[in-house]
Design a protein around this ligand. Structure first.
Ligand SMILES: [Fe+2]
Length: 188
């Protein structure tokens, strides 16, 4: 876990939008015991490919994937059962993950190929950093735009956003701050 945390922090260190989040990075040694849990979307982890700048953190996610708690915020009534087969996340830092923090949440989101994560919003301000897979991302009413691995995406509080994968699975690190760090997003 410590090597993963170090790699995540290093990956975000080059992202200007992440600076305010990194200022709240938990320095204490406290760790929670989390029970590993898998999801259907985890089948895509081993085959992910990164870019040079994010290869180290992807390798750590791949190495530890079987020991992480993979979770879902939504149920079948939100975006359907197909969505749940291709979606999941694991929190590293926050109210639930192995590293306690009430200031920031940090983890990784997975989407299988061919998944649409419909428009949603949340009080927390957010930075995403894709570490594998080119997906289309949408902010507010803008058109979907392809985002490359290593290209950060910033969502201010309550800005609607959506994602769409095509032929590649997506893995994206996320940071949250402000608002309820364990809140379910509002579906728009
Ligand atoms: Fe979000």
């Amino acid at each position: 876990m410590e090597a993963l945390l170090k790699a995540v922090r290093q990956a975000f260190a080059t992202v200007p939008e992440a600076a305010a989040f990194l200022a709240d990075w938990p320095e204490a040694d406290a760790r929670r015991v989390v029970t590993p849990a898998t999801l259907p979307v985890c089948e895509w982890v081993a085959g992910l490919h990164s870019a040079a700048t994010t290869q180290a953190v992807l390798a750590e996610v791949q190495r530890l994937a079987g020991r992480l708690a993979w979770q879902q915020t939504y149920g079948a009534g939100d975006f359907g059962a197909d969505f749940l087969r291709g979606y999941g996340w694991s929190e590293f830092i926050g109210l639930r993950g192995p590293v306690p923090s009430a200031r920031i949440a940090c983890g990784v989101l997975l989407l299988a190929p061919g998944v649409t994560y419909p428009p949603h919003a949340h009080a927390a301000e957010e930075v995403y950093l894709p570490i594998a897979g080119v997906a289309a991302w949408q902010k507010a009413d803008a058109d979907f735009a392809k985002v490359q691995v290593g290209q950060a995406i910033h969502h201010p509080s309550w800005m609607p956003h959506a994602m769409q994968t095509k032929d590649q699975a997506l893995a994206a690190l996320y940071l949250w701050r402000g608002g309820d760090l364990a809140a379910k997003s509002v579906i728009l």
